[in-house]
Ligand binder design. Structure first.
Ligand SMILES: [Zn+2]
Length: 67
């Protein structure tokens, strides 16, 4: 992070510039995108796997009833 007032390079997490005393605005930590997308992907894969299992079940039952 760089101080916007004096341009001093500051360590991450420093709340105040030690050179000019400007308070540093720390952006709130954005949640990682993977964490946001994972539940959706997880539910999608669950639905797809459920459909595949159901198709196999129906085909199996259909074959059993035909024989
Ligand atoms: Zn500064």
């Amino acid at each position: 992070m760089i101080c916007p007032t004096c341009g001093t390079e500051l360590r991450d997490g420093v709340l105040m510039c030690p050179i000019c005393g400007t308070k540093q605005i720390v952006p709130p930590p954005a949640p990682p995108k993977n964490m946001q997308n994972n539940p959706k992907i997880f539910s999608k894969t669950r639905v797809v796997s459920f459909i595949i299992v159901m198709i196999f079940l129906i085909i199996g039952l259909w074959r059993v009833f035909l024989q």
